[in-house]
Design a protein around this ligand. Sequence first.
Ligand code: SF4
Ligand code: MG
Length: 315
Amino acid sequence: VKNLTRVFDVSKPWLNRVIERRAKAYLTAVSDVSFDVQERSTYALVGESGSGKSTIGRMLVGLLRPTEGTVEINGVNLATESDAATVDKIRSDIQMIFQDPFASLNPRWRVRDIIVEPVVARGGDATGLAEKLLEQVGLSALDAGKFPHEFSGGQRQRICIARALSSEPKLIVCDEPTSALDVSVQAQVLNLMSDLKDDFGLTYVLISHDLTVVQHMADRIGVLYLGRLVEEACPEDLFANTKHPYTKMLLEAAPRMDGFGREAELPEGEIPDPINPPSGCAFHPRCPVATDICRRERPEMRKLGDIRVACHLAE
Ligand code: SF4
Ligand code: MG
């Protein structure tokens, strides 16, 4: 992922008509984000709502075009690749799992048809595949003939995972895969995802608002603030050797076991208006150690050992 940027036009046409002028407004949801995901690793993207993490996820799987920058998967850029067969191959190599397992399953389809749909759509042979995948995700082959409403939330997320696996993907982008689930079920689904990663040789991009969810699964964690990557490190460094004041704030606000999976409550006020982000370092209005340079100049991302960080005072 290189210099990835996504701008949305959020002008309000009705308002423009009322006040008879063009009030153009743009939201930079993702700004100049770069990172590498190694094959068979788990890369976690963490941030509050509005940090741009889901927008990045949708660009990774090709659901959304970047405004600037590139996503390359094994050297192929989906946005510019012209060879149809190459695009098709890469597309079947990438799958996405969403937060809400209720919304992403067609209620009128049997589980069997839901799971094999990506394979059937490509004209592949899906005989016995749904039954096999159901067992691999901890459900029963007998569940293939049932409908989604016959399952609990955790079971439905398992069905979503089975569907994602049906086209034998290499990369799965998981957007808050467990945050709609009961606390008791979250760990089970995460454990299943870990096992499947080893069994299928998968690579994950794991999107979450909760550092404690990704801590045990991620090989690298990227922390996003207002559409920018502000720090990236392995979990050990990120937790024990934190460089960025925002990451520190996230860690201090991280819910303990009793609040597992809840949106963290952050002390220093709300996220600022992303349409008019603060000057310099966008975090400066909330940063307890901000200085003059923070208000004037945006800190560049740089390397300190194995950590990447964008903060003037990181040293
Ligand atoms: Fe805080 Fe300045 Fe670092 Fe931004 S650059 S996180 S305002 S110290
Ligand atoms: Mg989101």
